[in-house]
Design a protein around this ligand. Structure first.
Ligand code: DC
Length: 222
């Protein structure tokens, strides 16, 4: 059974998804980590980002595995390296490559077929799991999303210029909805959950309730 969670950056997706999975006793699939893994492998092995064929060959050749929160690429634990800012800046070359997306979506389906999963990522309810048991689209106003982003930056000891945070967010939103492939779109049958003015605990409680009531009404156990 798959619960798909999509939504814009800054709506608290990854924390909420992890906690929801824990509460339901489901596994968590961090699909962003897969795009990060391919990007990191390209940097590590000197594959040029403007060489789409070489990038695809790499994405098809490497073995990506999860063990709890850890991500392994060809058996090497790359959990820390895939969060490097250089990976984050370069990921667009991988995320905008249609055939790499197909390969990773295939892997996501294969992993999710092994049990009950909460899957997070911008195409989960639309492309990867159009028949997901429950689709959630987490939203937040630009102001709240920027406040969360600024808080994360402060916690990481970074200097915060709030106007700049808002400006960067606008650019990223524009890029996200205008991507050639893997656009952020709300699935027609997704339940939209607004996270403004809500704590993580409140959002998680709302999602647990949504999932449990759907499990009850459909008679599907976990
Ligand atoms: O969630 P994250 O920041 O780890 O995601 C990393 C990047 O991967 C982000 O730019 C969006 C992209 N991504 C994607 O294109 N498709 C997904 N299913 C998940 C993430």
């Amino acid at each position: 059974m798959v619960i798909a969670i999509d939504g814009p950056a800054g709506a608290g997706k990854s924390t909420v998804t992890r906690r929801l999975a824990q509460r339901l006793g489901f596994a968590f699939l961090d699909t962003g980590a897969m795009y990060r893994a391919v990007t990191w492998a390209a940097i590590d092995r000197g594959v040029q980002f403007d060489d789409g064929d070489a990038l695809l060959a790499l994405a098809q050749a490497i073995d990506i595995r999860f063990d709890g929160e850890s991500v392994f690429v060809d058996g090497v634990d790359a959990s820390v390296q895939i969060r490097d800012p250089l990976v984050t800046r370069s990921i667009v070359h991988v995320a905008d490559h249609a055939e790499i997306r197909s390969r990773l979506v295939g892997l996501q389906r294969q992993i999710a077929s092994t049990g009950n999963f909460v899957c997070e990522g911008r195409d989960q309810g639309t492309i990867a799991f159009p028949d997901a048991f429950l689709k959630i689209f987490l939203t937040a106003s630009p102001q709240f999303r920027a406040i969360r982003r600024a808080d994360q930056m402060k916690a990481a000891g970074q200097y915060v210029d709030f106007d700049q945070v808002i400006a960067d967010q606008k650019i990223r939103d524009q890029q996200d909805v205008n991507r050639p492939v893997g656009k952020l779109v709300r699935a027609a049958d997704a339940v939209e959950v607004d996270t403004d003015n809500k704590s993580i605990d409140q959002v998680v409680a709302e999602l647990v309730q949504l999932a449990e009531s759907r499990i009850k009404t459909t008679g599907q156990g976990s």
